[in-house]
Design a protein around this ligand. Structure first.
Ligand SMILES: Cc1cc2nc3c(=O)[nH]c(=O)nc-3n(C[C@H](O)[C@H](O)[C@H](O)COP(=O)(O)OP(=O)(O)OC[C@H]3O[C@@H](n4cnc5c(N)ncnc54)[C@H](O)[C@@H]3O)c2cc1C
Length: 489
Protein backbone atom coordinates (compact mmCIF):
# COMPACT_ATOMS: atom_id res chain seq x y z
CA UNK A 1 0.00 0.00 0.00
CA UNK A 2 1.42 3.41 -0.96
CA UNK A 3 2.40 5.59 1.96
CA UNK A 4 2.11 9.36 1.54
CA UNK A 5 4.67 10.17 4.21
CA UNK A 6 7.43 12.10 2.45
CA UNK A 7 11.05 11.33 3.36
CA UNK A 8 13.69 13.89 2.36
CA UNK A 9 17.16 12.32 2.14
CA UNK A 10 19.96 14.89 1.83
CA UNK A 11 22.98 13.42 0.02
CA UNK A 12 22.79 10.68 -2.62
CA UNK A 13 26.14 9.10 -1.79
CA UNK A 14 26.48 5.48 -0.70
CA UNK A 15 24.48 5.77 2.52
CA UNK A 16 21.79 8.08 1.14
CA UNK A 17 21.07 5.83 -1.84
CA UNK A 18 20.86 2.68 0.27
CA UNK A 19 18.64 4.45 2.79
CA UNK A 20 16.37 5.67 -0.01
CA UNK A 21 16.09 2.11 -1.29
CA UNK A 22 15.16 0.76 2.15
CA UNK A 23 12.62 3.54 2.71
CA UNK A 24 11.00 2.69 -0.62
CA UNK A 25 10.63 -0.88 0.61
CA UNK A 26 8.36 0.62 3.28
CA UNK A 27 6.60 2.42 0.41
CA UNK A 28 7.34 5.93 1.63
CA UNK A 29 7.61 8.74 -0.86
CA UNK A 30 11.37 9.35 -1.05
CA UNK A 31 13.24 12.32 -2.50
CA UNK A 32 17.03 12.40 -2.57
CA UNK A 33 18.76 15.80 -2.80
CA UNK A 34 22.33 15.66 -4.08
CA UNK A 35 24.74 18.58 -4.40
CA UNK A 36 26.74 17.11 -7.29
CA UNK A 37 25.63 16.42 -10.80
CA UNK A 38 24.58 12.87 -11.66
CA UNK A 39 27.83 10.84 -11.34
CA UNK A 40 26.65 8.54 -14.14
CA UNK A 41 27.21 11.45 -16.54
CA UNK A 42 30.83 11.73 -15.47
CA UNK A 43 32.79 11.73 -18.72
CA UNK A 44 36.10 10.91 -17.03
CA UNK A 45 34.80 7.48 -16.14
CA UNK A 46 34.36 8.46 -12.52
CA UNK A 47 37.74 8.51 -10.87
CA UNK A 48 37.41 7.58 -7.23
CA UNK A 49 38.99 5.80 -4.33
CA UNK A 50 38.35 2.10 -3.90
CA UNK A 51 36.97 0.70 -0.70
CA UNK A 52 36.39 -2.74 0.73
CA UNK A 53 32.97 -4.13 1.46
CA UNK A 54 32.86 -6.52 4.40
CA UNK A 55 30.23 -8.56 6.27
CA UNK A 56 28.11 -5.63 7.47
CA UNK A 57 27.94 -4.02 4.05
CA UNK A 58 27.05 -7.30 2.36
CA UNK A 59 24.35 -8.04 4.92
CA UNK A 60 22.78 -4.61 4.38
CA UNK A 61 22.74 -5.06 0.59
CA UNK A 62 21.31 -8.57 0.84
CA UNK A 63 18.65 -7.19 3.20
CA UNK A 64 17.23 -5.20 0.28
CA UNK A 65 17.18 -8.06 -2.21
CA UNK A 66 19.44 -10.62 -3.83
CA UNK A 67 19.00 -8.60 -7.03
CA UNK A 68 20.76 -5.61 -5.48
CA UNK A 69 23.43 -7.70 -3.76
CA UNK A 70 24.18 -9.50 -7.02
CA UNK A 71 24.45 -6.27 -8.96
CA UNK A 72 26.92 -4.89 -6.44
CA UNK A 73 28.94 -8.07 -5.97
CA UNK A 74 29.41 -8.24 -9.75
CA UNK A 75 31.50 -5.06 -9.66
CA UNK A 76 33.68 -6.20 -6.75
CA UNK A 77 36.92 -8.17 -6.64
CA UNK A 78 37.54 -10.51 -3.68
CA UNK A 79 40.77 -9.83 -1.83
CA UNK A 80 42.06 -12.67 0.30
CA UNK A 81 44.93 -10.99 2.14
CA UNK A 82 47.55 -8.26 2.23
CA UNK A 83 50.74 -8.19 0.19
CA UNK A 84 53.36 -6.06 1.92
CA UNK A 85 55.96 -4.56 -0.41
CA UNK A 86 59.16 -4.00 1.52
CA UNK A 87 61.71 -1.42 0.54
CA UNK A 88 64.84 -3.37 -0.25
CA UNK A 89 67.53 -3.71 -2.85
CA UNK A 90 65.34 -6.28 -4.58
CA UNK A 91 62.24 -4.55 -5.87
CA UNK A 92 60.24 -7.80 -5.66
CA UNK A 93 60.56 -8.27 -1.90
CA UNK A 94 57.01 -8.98 -0.72
CA UNK A 95 55.28 -10.79 2.14
CA UNK A 96 51.74 -12.14 1.88
CA UNK A 97 49.44 -12.26 4.91
CA UNK A 98 46.10 -14.04 4.33
CA UNK A 99 43.12 -12.44 6.11
CA UNK A 100 42.18 -15.78 7.61
CA UNK A 101 42.47 -19.54 7.37
CA UNK A 102 39.80 -19.98 4.67
CA UNK A 103 38.91 -18.21 1.40
CA UNK A 104 35.72 -17.08 3.14
CA UNK A 105 37.89 -14.67 5.10
CA UNK A 106 38.02 -12.26 2.19
CA UNK A 107 36.90 -8.68 1.65
CA UNK A 108 35.54 -7.18 -1.56
CA UNK A 109 37.26 -4.31 -3.33
CA UNK A 110 35.00 -1.88 -5.20
CA UNK A 111 35.26 1.56 -6.74
CA UNK A 112 33.29 4.04 -4.62
CA UNK A 113 32.09 5.80 -7.76
CA UNK A 114 30.92 2.58 -9.40
CA UNK A 115 29.16 1.45 -6.22
CA UNK A 116 27.44 4.83 -6.04
CA UNK A 117 26.21 4.59 -9.63
CA UNK A 118 24.80 1.08 -9.11
CA UNK A 119 22.98 2.22 -5.96
CA UNK A 120 21.64 5.36 -7.64
CA UNK A 121 20.21 3.40 -10.54
CA UNK A 122 18.65 0.89 -8.16
CA UNK A 123 17.21 3.71 -6.03
CA UNK A 124 15.57 5.24 -9.09
CA UNK A 125 14.23 1.86 -10.16
CA UNK A 126 12.72 1.49 -6.69
CA UNK A 127 10.91 4.80 -7.17
CA UNK A 128 13.17 7.31 -5.41
CA UNK A 129 13.09 10.76 -6.95
CA UNK A 130 16.59 12.25 -7.19
CA UNK A 131 17.34 15.98 -7.49
CA UNK A 132 20.95 16.47 -8.59
CA UNK A 133 22.78 19.82 -8.39
CA UNK A 134 20.90 20.53 -5.16
CA UNK A 135 23.41 21.60 -2.49
CA UNK A 136 21.52 22.16 0.72
CA UNK A 137 22.38 25.37 2.52
CA UNK A 138 20.42 24.85 5.72
CA UNK A 139 17.54 23.04 7.32
CA UNK A 140 14.69 24.60 9.26
CA UNK A 141 14.23 21.71 11.62
CA UNK A 142 11.10 23.04 13.30
CA UNK A 143 9.16 23.13 10.02
CA UNK A 144 11.15 20.28 8.39
CA UNK A 145 12.04 22.53 5.48
CA UNK A 146 15.15 22.12 3.33
CA UNK A 147 16.71 25.20 1.72
CA UNK A 148 18.78 25.22 -1.46
CA UNK A 149 20.37 27.94 -3.57
CA UNK A 150 20.07 26.85 -7.15
CA UNK A 151 21.30 28.36 -10.37
CA UNK A 152 18.92 29.12 -13.19
CA UNK A 153 20.49 27.33 -16.19
CA UNK A 154 19.47 30.09 -18.61
CA UNK A 155 19.99 33.33 -16.69
CA UNK A 156 22.65 31.72 -14.36
CA UNK A 157 21.01 33.71 -11.54
CA UNK A 158 20.87 32.14 -8.09
CA UNK A 159 17.50 31.59 -6.53
CA UNK A 160 16.28 29.94 -3.35
CA UNK A 161 14.30 26.73 -3.48
CA UNK A 162 12.68 25.08 -0.48
CA UNK A 163 11.05 21.73 0.12
CA UNK A 164 9.03 20.75 3.16
CA UNK A 165 8.98 17.05 3.98
CA UNK A 166 7.68 14.86 6.82
CA UNK A 167 11.04 13.50 8.00
CA UNK A 168 14.59 14.47 7.09
CA UNK A 169 17.63 12.20 6.84
CA UNK A 170 21.06 13.81 6.75
CA UNK A 171 23.30 11.55 4.65
CA UNK A 172 25.45 14.40 3.38
CA UNK A 173 28.78 12.99 4.50
CA UNK A 174 31.61 14.19 6.74
CA UNK A 175 31.03 17.91 6.11
CA UNK A 176 27.29 17.57 6.71
CA UNK A 177 25.18 20.73 6.64
CA UNK A 178 22.34 18.74 8.19
CA UNK A 179 24.60 17.97 11.15
CA UNK A 180 25.39 21.67 11.59
CA UNK A 181 21.69 22.50 11.59
CA UNK A 182 20.90 19.66 13.99
CA UNK A 183 23.59 20.63 16.50
CA UNK A 184 22.67 24.32 16.31
CA UNK A 185 19.00 23.52 16.83
CA UNK A 186 19.71 21.17 19.75
CA UNK A 187 21.92 23.77 21.43
CA UNK A 188 19.25 26.42 21.01
CA UNK A 189 16.82 24.01 22.69
CA UNK A 190 19.14 23.87 25.71
CA UNK A 191 20.21 20.26 25.01
CA UNK A 192 23.64 18.97 25.88
CA UNK A 193 25.58 18.74 22.64
CA UNK A 194 28.75 16.84 21.76
CA UNK A 195 30.57 18.28 18.76
CA UNK A 196 34.10 16.93 18.49
CA UNK A 197 36.04 17.12 15.26
CA UNK A 198 39.53 15.61 15.38
CA UNK A 199 41.61 16.25 12.27
CA UNK A 200 44.24 13.55 11.78
CA UNK A 201 46.66 15.91 10.02
CA UNK A 202 46.99 13.25 7.33
CA UNK A 203 45.80 13.45 3.77
CA UNK A 204 45.26 11.01 0.93
CA UNK A 205 45.47 11.14 -2.83
CA UNK A 206 44.10 8.75 -5.41
CA UNK A 207 46.37 7.50 -8.23
CA UNK A 208 46.06 4.70 -10.76
CA UNK A 209 47.94 1.62 -11.91
CA UNK A 210 46.80 0.14 -15.25
CA UNK A 211 46.52 -3.65 -15.41
CA UNK A 212 50.10 -4.80 -14.76
CA UNK A 213 51.79 -7.27 -17.12
CA UNK A 214 51.98 -10.88 -15.84
CA UNK A 215 55.72 -10.61 -15.19
CA UNK A 216 55.02 -7.91 -12.56
CA UNK A 217 53.49 -10.69 -10.40
CA UNK A 218 50.94 -8.37 -8.78
CA UNK A 219 48.40 -10.66 -7.12
CA UNK A 220 45.08 -9.19 -8.22
CA UNK A 221 43.18 -10.83 -5.34
CA UNK A 222 45.14 -9.00 -2.70
CA UNK A 223 45.33 -5.62 -1.03
CA UNK A 224 48.84 -4.26 -1.63
CA UNK A 225 50.58 -2.06 0.92
CA UNK A 226 53.92 -0.32 0.71
CA UNK A 227 54.45 0.58 4.40
CA UNK A 228 57.08 3.26 4.93
CA UNK A 229 56.62 4.35 8.54
CA UNK A 230 54.87 7.71 8.57
CA UNK A 231 53.64 7.38 4.97
CA UNK A 232 52.42 4.58 2.77
CA UNK A 233 50.85 3.53 -0.49
CA UNK A 234 47.91 1.16 -0.80
CA UNK A 235 46.49 -0.54 -3.90
CA UNK A 236 43.09 -2.18 -4.29
CA UNK A 237 42.14 -4.10 -7.44
CA UNK A 238 39.41 -3.22 -9.92
CA UNK A 239 37.47 -5.80 -11.86
CA UNK A 240 39.42 -5.00 -15.06
CA UNK A 241 42.52 -5.94 -12.97
CA UNK A 242 43.85 -2.42 -12.88
CA UNK A 243 44.44 -0.96 -9.40
CA UNK A 244 43.33 2.15 -7.62
CA UNK A 245 46.17 3.45 -5.51
CA UNK A 246 45.85 5.63 -2.44
CA UNK A 247 48.82 7.56 -1.09
CA UNK A 248 48.68 8.50 2.61
CA UNK A 249 50.99 11.27 3.81
CA UNK A 250 51.09 13.84 6.63
CA UNK A 251 49.47 17.12 5.57
CA UNK A 252 52.44 19.21 6.61
CA UNK A 253 55.93 18.78 7.98
CA UNK A 254 58.81 18.81 5.55
CA UNK A 255 59.66 16.74 2.51
CA UNK A 256 57.53 13.74 3.45
CA UNK A 257 54.24 15.60 3.44
CA UNK A 258 51.71 16.84 0.92
CA UNK A 259 52.89 20.34 1.69
CA UNK A 260 56.51 19.40 0.95
CA UNK A 261 55.90 17.31 -2.18
CA UNK A 262 54.92 20.27 -4.29
CA UNK A 263 56.74 19.92 -7.59
CA UNK A 264 56.91 17.22 -10.29
CA UNK A 265 60.64 16.76 -9.59
CA UNK A 266 60.10 16.17 -5.87
CA UNK A 267 57.19 13.83 -6.52
CA UNK A 268 59.18 11.78 -9.03
CA UNK A 269 62.12 11.48 -6.65
CA UNK A 270 59.87 10.59 -3.70
CA UNK A 271 58.10 7.77 -5.53
CA UNK A 272 61.28 6.41 -7.09
CA UNK A 273 62.94 6.37 -3.67
CA UNK A 274 60.14 4.79 -1.65
CA UNK A 275 58.05 2.80 -4.12
CA UNK A 276 60.45 1.66 -6.88
CA UNK A 277 58.49 -1.49 -7.78
CA UNK A 278 55.17 0.39 -7.88
CA UNK A 279 56.28 3.33 -10.05
CA UNK A 280 57.42 0.95 -12.77
CA UNK A 281 53.72 0.09 -13.14
CA UNK A 282 52.32 3.62 -12.74
CA UNK A 283 53.11 5.53 -15.94
CA UNK A 284 51.15 8.67 -14.98
CA UNK A 285 51.94 8.99 -11.28
CA UNK A 286 53.57 12.44 -11.46
CA UNK A 287 50.80 13.97 -13.55
CA UNK A 288 48.10 12.34 -11.40
CA UNK A 289 49.78 13.46 -8.19
CA UNK A 290 49.97 17.06 -9.40
CA UNK A 291 46.41 17.10 -10.78
CA UNK A 292 44.36 15.04 -8.35
CA UNK A 293 42.97 16.67 -5.27
CA UNK A 294 44.25 15.87 -1.80
CA UNK A 295 41.60 14.66 0.64
CA UNK A 296 41.95 15.14 4.38
CA UNK A 297 41.14 12.72 7.15
CA UNK A 298 39.63 13.06 10.58
CA UNK A 299 37.09 11.76 13.06
CA UNK A 300 33.80 13.28 14.13
CA UNK A 301 32.02 12.44 17.36
CA UNK A 302 28.66 14.15 17.77
CA UNK A 303 25.57 13.85 19.88
CA UNK A 304 22.62 13.89 19.40
CA UNK A 305 22.18 12.11 16.08
CA UNK A 306 18.45 12.80 15.90
CA UNK A 307 15.90 15.47 16.76
CA UNK A 308 12.49 14.16 17.74
CA UNK A 309 10.86 12.74 14.58
CA UNK A 310 12.29 15.56 12.48
CA UNK A 311 15.88 14.81 11.49
CA UNK A 312 18.22 11.83 11.74
CA UNK A 313 21.89 11.69 10.74
CA UNK A 314 23.04 8.51 9.02
CA UNK A 315 26.44 7.38 7.68
CA UNK A 316 29.44 9.71 7.62
CA UNK A 317 27.20 12.66 8.50
CA UNK A 318 26.83 11.08 11.95
CA UNK A 319 30.24 9.46 12.36
CA UNK A 320 32.92 10.26 9.78
CA UNK A 321 36.14 8.51 10.78
CA UNK A 322 39.52 7.57 9.36
CA UNK A 323 39.70 4.74 6.79
CA UNK A 324 42.17 2.53 8.67
CA UNK A 325 39.68 -0.22 9.46
CA UNK A 326 37.98 -0.08 6.05
CA UNK A 327 34.60 0.36 7.74
CA UNK A 328 33.16 3.83 6.94
CA UNK A 329 30.81 2.65 4.23
CA UNK A 330 30.17 -0.66 5.97
CA UNK A 331 29.17 1.21 9.12
CA UNK A 332 26.89 3.55 7.13
CA UNK A 333 25.26 0.53 5.47
CA UNK A 334 24.82 -1.12 8.86
CA UNK A 335 23.20 2.11 10.17
CA UNK A 336 20.69 1.76 7.36
CA UNK A 337 19.90 -1.92 7.87
CA UNK A 338 19.55 -1.44 11.64
CA UNK A 339 17.33 1.59 11.01
CA UNK A 340 15.14 -0.57 8.82
CA UNK A 341 14.85 -3.28 11.50
CA UNK A 342 13.91 -0.64 14.06
CA UNK A 343 11.39 0.90 11.68
CA UNK A 344 9.82 -2.50 11.16
CA UNK A 345 9.58 -3.03 14.91
CA UNK A 346 8.48 0.44 16.09
CA UNK A 347 6.68 1.89 13.07
CA UNK A 348 3.34 1.69 14.86
CA UNK A 349 4.68 3.78 17.75
CA UNK A 350 5.59 6.66 15.47
CA UNK A 351 8.75 8.06 13.96
CA UNK A 352 9.99 9.73 17.15
CA UNK A 353 10.30 6.32 18.79
CA UNK A 354 12.01 4.97 15.67
CA UNK A 355 14.54 7.84 15.63
CA UNK A 356 15.17 7.52 19.40
CA UNK A 357 15.75 3.77 19.14
CA UNK A 358 18.01 4.20 16.11
CA UNK A 359 20.19 6.72 17.90
CA UNK A 360 20.29 4.59 21.05
CA UNK A 361 21.37 1.58 19.06
CA UNK A 362 23.94 3.19 16.74
CA UNK A 363 25.69 6.05 18.54
CA UNK A 364 27.87 3.81 20.74
CA UNK A 365 28.74 1.68 17.71
CA UNK A 366 29.72 4.72 15.64
CA UNK A 367 31.97 5.95 18.45
CA UNK A 368 33.52 2.50 18.88
CA UNK A 369 34.49 2.02 15.24
CA UNK A 370 35.76 5.61 15.03
CA UNK A 371 38.04 4.90 17.98
CA UNK A 372 39.12 1.49 16.67
CA UNK A 373 40.05 3.05 13.31
CA UNK A 374 42.25 5.51 15.21
CA UNK A 375 43.81 2.61 17.18
CA UNK A 376 44.65 0.94 13.87
CA UNK A 377 46.22 4.11 12.54
CA UNK A 378 48.41 4.47 15.67
CA UNK A 379 49.37 0.79 15.41
CA UNK A 380 50.37 1.22 11.77
CA UNK A 381 52.42 4.31 12.56
CA UNK A 382 54.17 3.20 15.72
CA UNK A 383 53.96 -0.54 16.27
CA UNK A 384 54.45 -2.44 13.03
CA UNK A 385 58.18 -2.75 13.70
CA UNK A 386 57.73 -3.31 17.45
CA UNK A 387 58.80 -6.86 18.35
CA UNK A 388 56.38 -7.24 21.25
CA UNK A 389 53.49 -6.14 19.05
CA UNK A 390 54.47 -8.56 16.27
CA UNK A 391 54.81 -11.38 18.79
CA UNK A 392 51.34 -10.61 20.19
CA UNK A 393 49.90 -10.72 16.66
CA UNK A 394 51.58 -14.10 16.06
CA UNK A 395 50.24 -15.43 19.39
CA UNK A 396 46.79 -14.20 18.42
CA UNK A 397 46.86 -16.24 15.19
CA UNK A 398 47.92 -19.30 17.18
CA UNK A 399 45.10 -18.79 19.71
CA UNK A 400 42.54 -18.50 16.89
CA UNK A 401 43.85 -21.78 15.43
CA UNK A 402 44.00 -23.67 18.73
CA UNK A 403 40.73 -22.39 20.20
CA UNK A 404 38.56 -21.56 17.16
CA UNK A 405 35.33 -21.71 19.18
CA UNK A 406 36.59 -19.45 21.94
CA UNK A 407 39.07 -17.03 20.43
CA UNK A 408 38.55 -14.75 17.45
CA UNK A 409 40.56 -11.61 16.81
CA UNK A 410 39.00 -8.16 16.98
CA UNK A 411 39.91 -7.67 13.31
CA UNK A 412 37.91 -10.77 12.27
CA UNK A 413 34.96 -9.74 14.44
CA UNK A 414 34.88 -6.26 12.91
CA UNK A 415 35.28 -7.31 9.29
CA UNK A 416 33.65 -10.74 9.15
CA UNK A 417 30.94 -10.78 11.77
CA UNK A 418 27.88 -8.73 12.63
CA UNK A 419 28.79 -8.42 16.31
CA UNK A 420 28.26 -4.77 17.32
CA UNK A 421 31.31 -2.52 16.99
CA UNK A 422 31.04 -1.52 20.65
CA UNK A 423 31.27 -5.19 21.68
CA UNK A 424 34.19 -5.74 19.26
CA UNK A 425 35.98 -2.89 20.98
CA UNK A 426 35.40 -4.41 24.42
CA UNK A 427 36.63 -7.81 23.17
CA UNK A 428 39.77 -6.09 21.92
CA UNK A 429 40.51 -4.69 25.37
CA UNK A 430 40.13 -8.13 27.00
CA UNK A 431 42.37 -9.66 24.34
CA UNK A 432 45.03 -6.98 24.81
CA UNK A 433 45.36 -8.07 28.45
CA UNK A 434 45.48 -11.78 27.57
CA UNK A 435 48.10 -11.24 24.87
CA UNK A 436 50.17 -8.97 27.06
CA UNK A 437 50.25 -11.58 29.82
CA UNK A 438 51.07 -14.44 27.43
CA UNK A 439 53.87 -12.55 25.69
CA UNK A 440 55.53 -11.25 28.86
CA UNK A 441 59.21 -12.27 28.82
CA UNK A 442 58.76 -14.31 25.61
CA UNK A 443 60.45 -13.91 22.26
CA UNK A 444 58.60 -16.52 20.19
CA UNK A 445 55.22 -18.25 19.95
CA UNK A 446 56.91 -21.57 20.79
CA UNK A 447 57.65 -20.27 24.30
CA UNK A 448 54.03 -19.41 25.07
CA UNK A 449 52.26 -21.34 27.84
CA UNK A 450 49.07 -22.49 26.08
CA UNK A 451 47.62 -24.03 29.24
CA UNK A 452 47.77 -20.54 30.73
CA UNK A 453 46.26 -19.20 27.50
CA UNK A 454 43.29 -21.54 27.86
CA UNK A 455 42.85 -20.54 31.49
CA UNK A 456 42.91 -16.82 30.64
CA UNK A 457 40.44 -17.31 27.81
CA UNK A 458 38.11 -19.25 30.10
CA UNK A 459 38.39 -16.63 32.83
CA UNK A 460 38.11 -13.46 30.76
CA UNK A 461 36.73 -14.10 27.29
CA UNK A 462 34.19 -16.88 27.81
CA UNK A 463 32.14 -14.92 30.40
CA UNK A 464 32.08 -11.99 27.96
CA UNK A 465 30.73 -14.19 25.14
CA UNK A 466 28.11 -15.63 27.51
CA UNK A 467 27.05 -12.27 28.91
CA UNK A 468 26.53 -10.92 25.40
CA UNK A 469 24.96 -14.05 23.95
CA UNK A 470 27.73 -14.52 21.41
CA UNK A 471 28.67 -18.01 20.25
CA UNK A 472 31.31 -19.21 17.80
CA UNK A 473 28.74 -19.29 15.02
CA UNK A 474 28.54 -15.50 15.33
CA UNK A 475 32.27 -15.15 14.64
CA UNK A 476 31.76 -15.26 10.88
CA UNK A 477 28.82 -13.94 8.88
CA UNK A 478 28.09 -16.43 6.16
CA UNK A 479 26.78 -15.44 2.78
CA UNK A 480 26.73 -17.09 -0.61
CA UNK A 481 28.89 -14.23 -1.87
CA UNK A 482 31.94 -15.46 0.02
CA UNK A 483 33.87 -17.73 -2.36
CA UNK A 484 34.68 -21.24 -1.21
CA UNK A 485 37.84 -21.24 -3.30
CA UNK A 486 40.47 -18.60 -3.79
CA UNK A 487 39.88 -17.16 -7.26
CA UNK A 488 42.54 -17.70 -9.89
CA UNK A 489 43.75 -15.18 -12.44
C1 LIG B 1 40.77 7.01 1.38
C2 LIG B 1 39.51 6.39 1.90
C3 LIG B 1 39.39 5.01 1.93
C4 LIG B 1 38.21 4.43 2.42
N1 LIG B 1 38.12 3.07 2.46
C5 LIG B 1 37.00 2.50 2.94
C6 LIG B 1 36.86 1.09 2.98
O1 LIG B 1 37.76 0.34 2.58
N2 LIG B 1 35.70 0.55 3.45
C7 LIG B 1 34.68 1.34 3.91
O2 LIG B 1 33.65 0.80 4.35
N3 LIG B 1 34.79 2.69 3.89
C8 LIG B 1 35.90 3.28 3.41
N4 LIG B 1 36.00 4.64 3.37
C9 LIG B 1 34.91 5.46 3.91
C10 LIG B 1 33.76 5.62 2.92
O3 LIG B 1 34.21 6.17 1.71
C11 LIG B 1 32.73 6.53 3.55
O4 LIG B 1 32.44 6.10 4.85
C12 LIG B 1 31.46 6.52 2.74
O5 LIG B 1 31.69 7.07 1.47
C13 LIG B 1 30.38 7.32 3.47
O6 LIG B 1 29.23 7.36 2.69
P1 LIG B 1 28.16 8.49 2.96
O7 LIG B 1 27.15 8.31 1.90
O8 LIG B 1 27.74 8.46 4.38
O9 LIG B 1 28.95 9.85 2.75
P2 LIG B 1 29.61 10.38 1.39
O10 LIG B 1 30.19 9.28 0.62
O11 LIG B 1 30.48 11.52 1.78
O12 LIG B 1 28.36 10.92 0.57
C14 LIG B 1 27.71 12.11 0.93
C15 LIG B 1 26.91 12.61 -0.25
O13 LIG B 1 26.27 13.82 0.12
C16 LIG B 1 26.51 14.80 -0.87
N5 LIG B 1 26.51 16.11 -0.22
C17 LIG B 1 27.49 16.66 0.54
N6 LIG B 1 27.12 17.88 0.95
C18 LIG B 1 25.88 18.10 0.46
C19 LIG B 1 24.98 19.19 0.54
N7 LIG B 1 25.28 20.31 1.19
N8 LIG B 1 23.77 19.08 -0.07
C20 LIG B 1 23.44 17.93 -0.75
N9 LIG B 1 24.28 16.89 -0.88
C21 LIG B 1 25.48 16.97 -0.27
C22 LIG B 1 27.86 14.42 -1.46
O14 LIG B 1 28.04 14.97 -2.76
C23 LIG B 1 27.77 12.91 -1.47
O15 LIG B 1 27.17 12.41 -2.62
C24 LIG B 1 37.15 5.25 2.87
C25 LIG B 1 37.27 6.64 2.83
C26 LIG B 1 38.44 7.20 2.35
C27 LIG B 1 38.55 8.69 2.32
Amino acid sequence: MANNTHMGVVGAGLTGCLLGIYLRKFQYKVTLFESREDPRKNQEGGRSINLVLTSRGIKALTGVSEALAERVMKITVPVFGRTLHQLSSSSSSTTYQPYGPTPQHCNFSVSRWELNTVLLTFAEEMGCEVHFNHPITHVDIETKTLFFYLQDPVSTKLYQQRYTVDHIFGTDGGGSRCRQSLLGYSEAQGKEVQNISQPLRYGYKELTMPKPPPEAKMDVFSLHIWPRGSHFLMALPNHDHSYTITLYLPEKGGDLSFEGLNSPEKVKKYFETYYPDAVELMPDFVKEYMENRTGFLGTIFVNPWTVSDKLALVGDAAHAFTPFFGQGCNCGFEDVSVFSEILEKYQEKGMKTVFDQYSLSRKSNGDAIGNMALDNFREMMTKTADEKFLLEKAIEIELSNRFPDLYVSRYVLVTHSLVGYDLCKQVGLIQEKILSELSRGKTSVAQVDFALAQKLIQEHLVPFWKKNNISSKDFNYSSKYYPTQRSKL
